[in-house]
Structure formats: C-alpha cells, structure tokens
Design a binder for this molecule. Structure first.
Ligand SMILES: [Mg+2]
Length: 373
C-alpha cells in the first residue's frame, strides 16, 4: 500500500485528576446496596489550549490508578489516536487487574481523550464519531428503595412534568425479602405515571431465579416492560432462564468492565437489551464496540447511568434504545458542570448547541465545594 502516512494530532501535554464527593439529596439505596453520597473521579486531558474531560463514578481509588498507572502512558501520546491509547492502557493493567476500579480509570481517561480530540477539531463529539440519530430517548431512573411514597411520587411527577414518559424504580428491596412492598411501590408508580408511560423495574440482582419469574408475573397487572438484573449478572444461565419465562424485556450489563464480558452476556442469550456504562466498560472506544456486538446479535443497547457521557455515543450508533436519566447522577452533573442537556419531551439532542466535545465544562467554583482530592 502506498500513500502518505495518516496525520498525527498534537501530543497530549497534560493529564490531571480530581475527586468530588456529593452527598445525596435523599437517602440512596437499592436491592443490594445503600449510599449517602456519590463520588465522581474527573480526568482532564490537555493539548495546546484545549482540555477534554472524562469521569467515572465509583471509588476514589480510581484517581490513584490514573496518576500511578495511566498518566505516564498517555502524556506525550498522539491526541488523535485514542484507540491506541486505550489499548496501551488496557495492556499495561494486566497484572494490576483491569476490571473494576482500573477499568473506571481507563474509561475516564479514554472519554477525556475523545472529548479533547473533538475540541481540538472544533466538533461536537457526536459529529466526530458520526451521527446515527439526532435525538436520544431518555428514561427517568430513581425510585430508590428508601424513598417514602411521597418522595417517590414527587420524583415520578417531576419526570412527567418534563415530558419523560419512561420511568424506572428499584425493586427486590433487602435482597428480595420485601415482596409485598415491591409490588405496592410498582402499583403506585403505575398509578402515578398513568397508563401511557413505560414502567421499568431494576432488581439489582436481588431476586432468586424462580422468585424473579413469580414477581414478574405478579407485576404484570402494572404493565412492567423492563426487568433489569432480575438475578445476579454473574448468573447468565439464570438471566436467560428468566428472560425465556417472562414478558418484560430483561436487561443487564452495567458491571461490564471490558468487551469480552459484554460479548459473553449478549451472546449467551441472557438479555433483550444490553446495558453498557461508558464510565466503566473502557470509555467511548469500548462502548461503541459493545454497541456493535449487540447490533450484530440483533439487540438494543442502553446507556447505564452517567447520562451526559452517554448522550453523544448513544447518538452515534443505530441500535440505541435509550439512556438512563438517573436522578443521583443528573443532580451531580448539573451541580458540577456547565453545558448539561435538557431532557424535555423525553429526549436529548447531543451536539445541537454546536459546542465542541461532549459540551460539558467544569464549574470549578461550584465543584470545589465537593472536592476531596
Ligand atoms: Mg441497574
């Protein structure tokens, strides 16, 4: 093959990391975990006079991984060759252990590099990736198990007032030991949002296999259309068994820290819709590949949490179903960043403002109040 070598971009000159801990506005909890704060680990990658940002939600230890394991691999790297940087980071973590905290760190750096490249080229990220759609549907996500009825209703009505007609609540409270309360909260949700809205539930792996099938049947009168992690995501056989036995779509994938995990889940017939989290799976680079794996198997993909980091990638693939407008993360992203999106009417339009990159910039004065490292 002849011809000129592909053009290189400028070199990545800076990589900075910081940590923010934002207390929740309401008590946080689902089937198998409770929380009172959300931690965001932020990466800023700089070249020339531009800065790209990426982040991951999770342990502040991800910041140490960025500083100690990744920064030295990325600074000096071609800012246009993001998949090469991703590959370099992933390979370097072999003995440190790539899944989990390290994958969150890689995801934050990868996303910052994609954002940096788009800003260097003065393009919205979705235009750099190539748009497959103008709008991405969102669903309101929250309905956490510690909420009382008034808190749940208020949250559901808030989404309704924004025109968001898909909502998700948590079930399988206390590892599936509060079945009656689960059913009552699902029925309350349906009554609150009306017949036309889509109602989803997320069990966070809290039910057993047969219990999940029985509960799906008991929720049928409330018209539940989406059953997320009815059993542990590690139980692919159980997920498939539940999927084959219930009417709602079964979804999972939020703990996918690499492409082989997401491929195994999708290829095993365990889900109707593959969820992937751009802040965990390896960033923009790997999320796009996961979407292609899902597409090849005839499956939809949905963005898990971190809504503003999913908007552009979700608009760049044809098989996106929606992204998760998760209450806790929407609140954090609105607190820490300028340039957040409007989900009015139940969709977001990434790139419509013409802002380069994913459009978020850190509100340093606001963010400093929550900074821990
Ligand atoms: Mg979930």
């Amino acid at each position: 093959m002849t011809g000129a070598a592909p053009p290189h971009g400028p070199r990545v000159e800076r990589l900075a990391v910081s940590v923010y801990r934002v207390p929740t506005d309401l008590p946080g909890g689902d089937a198998t975990l409770s929380w009172d704060a959300t931690t965001l680990v932020l990466v800023e990658a700089g070249a020339e006079d531009r800065t790209g940002i990426g982040f991951t939600y999770g342990s502040p230890a991800a910041a140490s991984v960025v500083e100690r394991e990744l920064a030295g691999l990325v600074v000096g790297h071609d800012a246009f060759a993001v998949p090469a940087a991703n590959d370099r980071m992933s390979r370097a973590l072999r003995n440190a252990g790539r899944p989990g905290i390290a994958a969150g760190a890689v995801s934050a750096v990868d996303t910052a590099l994609w954002d940096l490249k788009a800003r260097l080229l003065d393009l919205p990220l979705v235009r750099l990736l190539g748009a497959a759609r103008e709008e991405v549907a969102v669903y309101g996500s929250g309905g956490l198990t510690p909420y009382d009825d008034a808190q749940l209703e208020r949250q559901l009505r808030g989404w309704g007032e924004q025109g968001i007609d898909r909502v998700k609540i948590k079930v399988a409270e206390s590892w599936g030991r509060r079945e009656a309360r689960d059913l009552r909260r699902v029925a309350l949700t349906r009554r609150t949002v009306g017949d036309a809205a889509e109602v989803y539930v997320d069990a966070n792996g809290g039910y057993t296999r047969k219990q999940a099938v029985r509960m799906a049947s008991a929720m049928a009168g409330s018209g539940v259309g989406w059953l997320e992690e009815p059993v542990s995501s590690d139980d692919l056989t159980g997920l498939r068994m539940v999927r084959d036995a219930v009417l709602p779509d079964v979804a999972a994938g939020e703990y996918g820290y690499d492409l082989p995990y997401l491929t195994r889940m999708a290829a095993s017939g365990a889900v109707d819709c593959l969820q992937a989290d751009v802040t965990r799976c390896g960033g923009v680079t790997v999320w796009l590949r996961a979407a292609a794996v899902a597409e090849g198997l005839g499956l939809h993909i949905s963005g898990h949490c971190a809504p503003h980091l999913h908007a552009h990638v979700a608009a760049a693939v044809p098989n996106t179903r929606h992204l998760e407008w998760f209450h806790d993360h929407v609140r954090v992203e609105n607190l820490l960043f300028h340039g957040t999106l409007d989900p009015g009417g139940g969709t977001v339009s990434p790139g419509a403002s013409g802002e380069p990159g994913h459009g978020l910039t850190l509100d340093r004065a606001a963010a400093d109040r929550f900074r821990t490292a």
